[in-house]
Ligand binder design. Sequence first.
Ligand SMILES: [Zn+2]
Length: 293
Amino acid sequence: MSLPQNRPGVFHIVPPVDDGAPAPVVFDSPHSGVAMPAGFQPAVPDSLVLVSADTHVDALWAAVPRHGAPLLAAEFPRSFLDLNRAPEDIDPVLLDAPWPGPLSDADSVRRGMGLIWRYAWGDTPMYADRLSVQAVWQRIDTYWYPYHAALADLLDAAHGRHGAVWHVDCHSMPSTGHRLSPDADGAHRADIVLGDRDGTACDPGFTDFVATVFRRQGYETRINDPFKGAELVRRHADPAHNRHSLQIEINRRLYMDEVTRERGPGFDRLAADLDVVAEAIVGYAAAHLPGTR
Ligand SMILES: [Zn+2]
């Protein structure tokens, strides 16, 4: 299987183990990167840049390649450039000049969590100075497009081989709602939140299947509440043509200390359970290929 080439500092791909046919499944972890990009000059310490990172999510899903699916992971912080936003989701107040291209009116931008985050966290600004249009464009060109191209290549390769592909977009969430989030400050969150954009990003049967696998393992699991999935599952999904995308949010209280960011005592058990989930997803995909239903 030929894979897109890794780009150090941008993304890497853990290839599927080579012991049989590759699965029609691709996993990606867009927010687990913690490497500070060259030239990035936030006004806050690294620890604040990384508050929004989905720390350890790539490691939690490390078993994925053993089941025949590649795992694509970004290496840079989410707040530096958010791969789960569209390139038009630019916050004009960050810029020292008007943006020459189209701009969206996305709610995420209004909350300061657009393509490039306005705040590191809460109401603490990420930058002391405005960014140049050129610098923002370079950031998009160097980080956003190559990652999405690599994901598209992986999905196209699997779809070309099998006639269908299941894309699993892996994230984590703070244990409760906060002032930047769509749910209320302090709101209780389930262990697992699956997002299929209200049934439009994948066959709802797939969402229900994954929810059942998690619930069987004892995890409180909600669907599209409060996270429905964003740009990654929107852009790469096309269920009418057998391209299914599902976002999985894992509650950070299950596996890490949200203050120190260190792995917690629950990490190993959760990783073992995700191994079972990955195996089940690959099994579901194999059983739902066109012509096998
Ligand atoms: Zn995320």
